[in-house]
Design a binder for this molecule. Structure first.
Ligand code: OOB
Length: 542
């Protein structure tokens, strides 16, 4: 089995310890501490009202750990975990940690191709699922996965297990659990957020991840009075750790597992549980803002909505305060490590205009041109980073590592950003996401932002189309809200935004909806490519 490793150079590791980022904590260790501090306090509550206290969570995790080991799983084995937003996620995953097994987090939306890929790449020997979730039967998926990957010896099912192992039958036993892992051990494998191609596996250590939980909880103002709700799939890095459910546990807060991000479901839970903070991707934030205008639910407990995962346009960001009536925090992060936050006490303009600044004073940020030379502040460039919680390499993927990391250990994020004089990052797009119109480069984001400022525009995506004269021209796909505006009116509106004339979209196409990726966020890059291909192929067919 390929060993799981994540190594920083000794000198940096020493610095990260000396500066108190890496404190030698582990997942089993911190859960035991919280259970001792807050035994009878509710740790997590589900949509149906079922809950676990911190004490019950630890007990459930111990039972699960004993159950996994009784199956014959050995410390170091990897286990693909594919669960929705249910409270059993916690005993299931902390049980793995206590048994020194290594979770590989799949999203509920993943299907056979991805599961087989994760299982093979990680050399997994078990698979933990819900029987069904959102109308899908994961046991069927498990049967196919096991047939393709015989190394998966055990399928553990939460709910009706059929021929598999029922999670509910795990019994506490006297078997001694292994010693706690070393803080520098890999705690789990996260999945890279790439929306095209096959995901890469991201090994995160106890020390590095727990540092982000502790720092994020502080930056996001979590304490034991906070109620953190996840409406996004819990296995994604954003709701898992920024500050996410694990940050909430670290802080002794209460977690609400929202089974669906729809405003109807989420708003009812916010009211019932007096949720104080939650995280959304931009398309959901738009939906919630629209729904908030008409809702009868009381959302006044919400102190802050975090928005991240994709660019939240300033004009949309400005609507949060007036529609939902709470604060906004922008989050620009990646499962590979680096996370940037706007701070809760930042000036309003910074909160709406930027994607925040790094968690750590030791997050090293390089913004470089295509030749690798640093660009001045305010100029867009490729973002490279390294630091106390950014990985040095993917698991079992030499070619991705050669592409994605520089020789001196910087991760190439693939994002194009600029840095403000205050040190905040503004995401401009992905490396290739621009329109080259007769030599003029147009940022798709920039045009979308202008269009979003129009009251009849719900969302917009701008792409390049081939043009015999200009080389490329711009085309805006627009979802209208309320009465559909005329294309000419939108172009006229663009001109009132005082932008260079070449930035006015050459063409405007109205569509009813955009597709979303597995995490439920729109990957703008993929969305644009899809819209472009569809449009061109329709046109070719006449
Ligand atoms: C989060 O993580 P991933 O791994 O799913 O995706 C990372 C990529 C970034 O490289 C960037 O391209 C994009 O998603 N992204 C954003 C963004 N946040 C992420 N692009 C523009 N603005 C933002 N605010 O998506 C993730 C992980 C932890 C916290 C938050 C998001």
């Amino acid at each position: 089995m390929i060993p799981l490793r994540q190594t920083w150079p000794d000198e940096l590791a020493q610095r990260y310890r000396e500066r108190g980022y890496w404190r030698g904590e582990t997942f089993p260790g911190f859960l035991r501490e919280r259970a001792a501090q807050f035994s009878d306090r509710v740790a997590v509550i589900g949509g149906d009202g079922a809950s676990l206290t911190y004490g019950e969570l630890l007990a459930g995790a111990r039972t699960a750990a004993a159950g996994y080991l009784a199956l014959g799983l050995k410390p170091g084995d990897r286990v693909v975990v594919q669960l929705g937003n249910i409270i059993e996620f916690f005993p299931a995953v902390f049980g793995l940690f206590l048994a020194r097994l290594v979770p590989v987090y799949a999203l509920p939306a993943h299907r056979l191709t991805e599961i087989v890929h994760f299982a093979q790449k990680a050399e997994a020997s078990a698979y933990v699922i819900s029987a069904t979730h959102d109308g899908f039967d994961y046991r069927m998926l498990a049967r196919e996965a096991v047939a393709q990957v015989p190394a998966i010896k055990h399928v553990v099912v939460i709910g009706e297990a059929e021929e598999f192992v029922p999670f509910a039958n795990f019994k506490a036993n006297d078997a001694t659990l292994p010693d706690d892992p070393s803080p520098s051990d890999v705690a789990f494998l996260q999945i890279s957020g790439g929306s095209t191609g096959l995901s890469k596996l991201i090994p995160r250590t106890h020390d590095d991840y727990i540092y982000t939980l502790r720092a994020s909880a502080e930056i996001c103002g979590l304490d034991d009075d906070s109620v953190y709700m996840t409406a996004l799939p819990v296995a994604h890095n954003f709701p898992m750790s920024s500050p996410g459910v694990f940050g909430a546990l670290y802080a002794g807060s209460r977690i609400v597992m929202c089974p669906s991000p729809s405003p109807e479901t989420a708003f009812a839970l916010i009211e019932r549980e007096k949720v104080t903070i939650t995280g959304l991707v931009p398309p959901l934030a738009l939906l919630w803002m629209q729904a908030a205008a008409k809702t009868t639910h009381d959302l006044s407990s919400l102190k802050v909505i975090q928005v991240g995962g994709a660019k939240f346009m300033p004009e949309a960001a400005r609507r949060v305060r007036q529609t939902i009536g709470c604060g906004l925090q922008q989050v620009f992060g990646m499962a590979e490590g680096l996370v940037n936050y706007t701070r809760l006490d930042d000036p309003y303009e910074i909160v709406v205009e930027t994607q925040g600044r790094p968690i750590s004073p030791d997050d090293e940020i390089l913004i470089v041109d295509d030749r690798g030379n640093p660009v001045p502040d305010g100029e867009p460039g490729n973002l490279l980073t390294r630091g106390p919680y950014t990985i040095r390499g993917y698991h079992n993927d030499d070619s991705a590592n050669a592409r994605s990391f520089t020789e001196d250990g910087y991760y190439r994020t693939g994002d194009v950003v600029k840095r403000t004089p205050e040190g905040y990052l503004v995401v401009q797009g992905r490396a290739t996401d621009h329109i080259n119109r007769a030599g003029e480069k147009i940022s798709a984001e920039e045009i979308e932002d202008h269009l979003l400022a129009h009251p009849q525009v719900f969302d917009a995506a701008v792409v390049s189309l081939p043009d015999p004269f200009l080389g490329e021209k711009s085309c805006a796909f627009v979802i209208a809200q309320g009465e559909k505006p005329k294309a000419a009116a939108l172009k006229a509106f663009m001109r009132t935004r005082k932008v260079a004339d070449f930035k006015v979209p050459d063409q405007i196409v109205f569509v009813d909806a955009f597709q979303t990726t597995a995490v439920g966020k729109i990957s703008r890059k993929e969305l644009r490519a899809m819209l472009r291909e569809q449009f061109l192929s329709d046109k070719a067919k006449g």
